[in-house]
Design a binder for this molecule. Structure first.
Ligand code: C5P
Length: 315
């Protein structure tokens, strides 16, 4: 249901992410792990619309919408409320109804919840005419989740500390991906806990940025990028969901340059060297019955950005 034309409303598009490299360091005293990661935004987009309302609410539509919380646990709702709290009451800030049209897999290792939070921050900033600086939004984003700040920025970026410190990475060209989706999600905390269990006897070093991958990205050399993709979480995701190895194997058999679990899974990311190769790969995967769905996406994609504004007062 669209509320367009009946009052002020702001719509934002926000991309999904895949981690081109994810190195997980030791568990910190605060319960998080220190990370070095290369985030890469891809054009699987959620659409988030906000409008002033009597009370705070969120409504989710699209595939697997029923698996997204529509109560106060919803990260987009928490983002909007936190921004409102920070802004204080100056008459323009008040409850919003949020509508999310979901394409990003739910609990899929592609930061769907974080993406919606980033989108809600950008949308409410615009709706309320706050004119927040990027630094201010990033500060709020970091309080909501480790990936939220990256989804504000998009593109390709190096994440450090617990993932919330983000610095842009120079890349050339674009990359064509096929993502193999699973209907049943994996829990990120459970995946980190499984990794801790698997590495219980190891001395885990502080993670370093991946120099070869960063060089390959700078050159836009897709084969070198493919050779240097990596994800420490993959072993944990495969341990929790062994069936994921089939998507990787079949993908590689049918021409993927590389196959890796996206973030904490269960989505599997397959890199190809062209749009045609990606579409051929999707056909082959579907014929083999791999995964619950396959989607093509291109990266890098821009971060959360306003695509439509109606009836908002200009300051
Ligand atoms: O930051 P975010 O809320 O997205 O993280 C979800 C969970 O993933 C955390 O509660 C924690 O269990 C785990 N995590 C972690 N180390 C990180 C990021 C997340 O252990 N750097």
């Amino acid at each position: 249901m669209s509320g367009a034309g009946v009052g002020p409303e702001v719509t934002v598009f926000v991309p999904a992410k895949v981690n081109l490299d994810l190195r997980v360091g030791p568990l910190r005293p605060d319960g998080y792990h220190s990370l070095s990661t290369v985030y890469h935004a891809v054009d699987i987009l959620d659409e988030v619309t906000v409008r002033p309302a009597e009370d705070w609410s969120v409504e989710v539509e699209g595939a697997h919408a029923h698996r997204v919380p529509s109560d106060s646990d919803n990260l987009a709702l928490r983002a909007a409320r936190l921004l409102a709290e920070q802004a204080g009451d100056d008459g323009t800030v008040g409850p919003v109804a949020i509508r999310i049209s979901k394409s990003i897999p739910v609990a899929g290792g592609m930061a769907g919840g974080s993406a919606d939070a980033a989108a809600a921050l950008v949308a409410c900033d615009e709706l309320w005419g706050l004119g927040c600086t990027r630094a201010h939004l990033e500060e709020i984003a970091a309080r909501l989740g480790s990936d939220v700040g990256f989804l504000l920025t998009g593109g390709t970026a190096l994440g450090s500390q617990r993932g919330e410190h983000v610095a842009p990475v120079l890349t050339q060209g674009s990359f064509h991906w096929v993502f193999v989706l699973s209907d049943e999600g994996l829990s990120t905390p459970e995946c980190f806990a499984e990794l801790d269990r698997l590495r219980a006897d190891e001395e885990v070093p502080e993670p370093e940025p991946p120099a070869e991958l960063l060089a390959a990205l700078r050159l836009g050399d897709v084969r070198a990028v493919a050779a240097h993709l990596g994800n420490d979480m993959q072993q944990a995701a495969l341990s929790l969901r062994p069936s994921l190895s089939r998507a990787r194997e079949v993908g590689l058999q049918h021409g993927a340059l590389a196959a890796l679990v996206s973030g904490s899974g269960p989505t599997v990311a397959l890199l190809t060297d062209s749009r045609t190769a990606a579409l051929d790969l999707m056909v082959a995967l579907s014929a083999e019955g791999v995964g619950d769905a396959v989607v093509h996406a291109r990266g890098p994609a821009p971060g959360a950005h306003v695509v439509r504004t109606t009836g908002c007062a200009l300051r």
